[in-house]
Design a protein around this ligand. Structure first.
Ligand SMILES: [Zn+2]
Length: 228
């Protein structure tokens, strides 16, 4: 019987800490509340010393600005790539220090994951980051307070093409063009990770950009899309 009570108490504690922020997070953005044909491309899990510069070249060629959600420990190893992202006019944003699931992080670790990356990116670019994306979109109850301390907004996505349904580069580009909507935030990966396949993305990106522009969409950063 005691084991049953303990399991129930643990379950309630887990719901309060890890699950409840997903339904009550007031500052979380998944898309812009806009009817204009403007959308943001976002790139997670970089900087990657090879693939991020490749993606930057493609974006530059198409005159597109985007948002890069960077992992702090990768940024520390590739500071020149971080500076190149900012120098090209893209938004540099926070994707935690070591890419843990926040479901498994306590309040102290959560604060450190956010703060350490926030300070590094600010010092490398001279621009204070405005946006944070939790790894895999997993939040906890300590995250909103840690974000408020740095005036960061939590940004998720409304279009995610890198699942099982879009396996090839062509399919990935078509998936995004088919699912796009005004105010969309598109989640892509320029760094290797559980969802990341940057080589495929580099092949998909020119067709994706052309397809979106053919549909009359302007591409901008998350900051540009949200007007902040
Ligand atoms: Zn990630």
């Amino acid at each position: 019987m005691k084991v049953g009570y303990a399991a129930a108490a643990l379950g309630v504690a887990w719901i309060r800490y890890a699950w409840w922020p997903h339904v009550s997070g007031p500052r979380t953005v998944r898309r812009a509340p806009s009817t204009a044909r403007r959308v943001a491309l976002t790139f997670d899990d970089g900087p990657d010393p090879h693939w991020t510069p490749t993606i930057l070249k493609i974006l530059d060629k198409h005159r597109v600005r985007a948002s890069f959600f960077l992992i702090g420990e990768r940024a520390e190893r590739a500071p020149d790539v971080v500076r190149a992202i900012a120098a090209d006019g893209h938004e540099v944003a926070n994707h935690s220090w070591s890419h843990p699931s926040l479901w498994l992080c306590g309040p102290r670790r959560t604060a450190v994951e956010i703060e350490r990356t926030h300070e590094l990116l600010g010092s490398l670019t001279g621009v204070t980051p405005r946006h944070f994306r939790p790894p895999w979109g997993m939040m906890n109850a300590a995250m909103p307070g840690a974000l408020d301390r740095h005036r960061l907004r939590c940004v998720l996505w409304s279009v995610q093409p890198e699942g099982l349904r879009a396996v090839g580069a062509d399919a990935q580009a078509r998936f995004v063009v088919r699912r796009i909507h005004p105010g969309a935030i598109v989640d892509l990966h320029d760094g290797e990770g559980t969802r990341g396949a940057p080589e495929r993305l580099a092949r998909a990106l020119p067709e994706m950009i052309a397809g979106l522009e053919d549909e009359g969409y302007a591409l901008t950063t998350v900051a540009g899309l949200l007007g902040d």
